[in-house]
Design a protein around this ligand. Sequence first.
Ligand code: SAM
Length: 213
Amino acid sequence: MRLRHKPWAKEYIANHPQYVISSPSKKDKSWKELFNSDNPLYVEVGTGKGKFLDNMSVKYPHINFVGIEKFESVLVTGVQRVLQTKPTNLKFINGDVNDLLEYFNSEEIDRLYINFTDPWPKKRHEKRRLTYKSFLSLYEQALHPHGEIHMKTDNQGLFEYSLESMSQYGMKLKNISLDLHNSDDEENVMTEYEEKFSEKGQRIFRLEACFRA
Ligand code: SAM
C-alpha cells in the first residue's frame, strides 16, 4: 500500500479521543464502559481508512465495533469519516495488532475481521502475515471461546496460506468462498480494498474460522 505521509495526522487524531483510543493499555475503562453498552464487540485488524466498519456500524447498530490501524496518516481519513457519520458504536485504536492483548482483555472480542491485509508474499516475511501462528495465538486469547474470525482477501496466496495456517493451528473452518461476489452472500459489506479489487475484476476469497467448534 502506498502511504502518503500527513504530518498533521497525529495531532488531528489526538484531538478526537471520543473516536480514537491512542493508548488503550492505559485506558482505565473496559470497552463496555467506553461504549456504555453490553452489546457484542467486533474488531477489525488493519482497518485502514475505516470504511467497512463505518458501514457496518450503521447496518448493525446493536454491535460495538473497534478498528485497529497502525498508521496515523491512514486512520485520519477514518476519523474524518466518523466526524461526518457520528456513530455511537464505532471507535478506533491507533496501534499495532501485535499489541492486541494490551487493548483487550482475554475473551473480550466476539468476532474478529481480517480484511485485505498485506500478503507479505516473501517467505522471509511470513511472520508479518496477520494469519501467522503467533497472530492466531493472540486472537485465540482475545476472542470469546465461541468467537469467530471472518477473513476476506483478493490474494489467493495469502488465502491458501491462511487456510493452511489456521487448520494447522487446529481451528475449524467454515463457509469458505473462492468467489464471494459470485456467491449468495447478500449480507456482504464491502471494504475499501474490496471495492477497488472487485472493480478490477479480481476474485474475492472469504472464510470463517473458530478455535472451538
Ligand atoms: N481492511 C481495509 C480494507 O479492506 O479496505 C484496509 C486494507 S489495507 C491493505 C491493510 C491495512 O492494515 C493498512 O492500512 C495497514 O497499515 C494495516 N496494518 C497492517 N499490519 C498492521 C498491524 N500489525 N497493526 C495495525 N494495522 C496494520
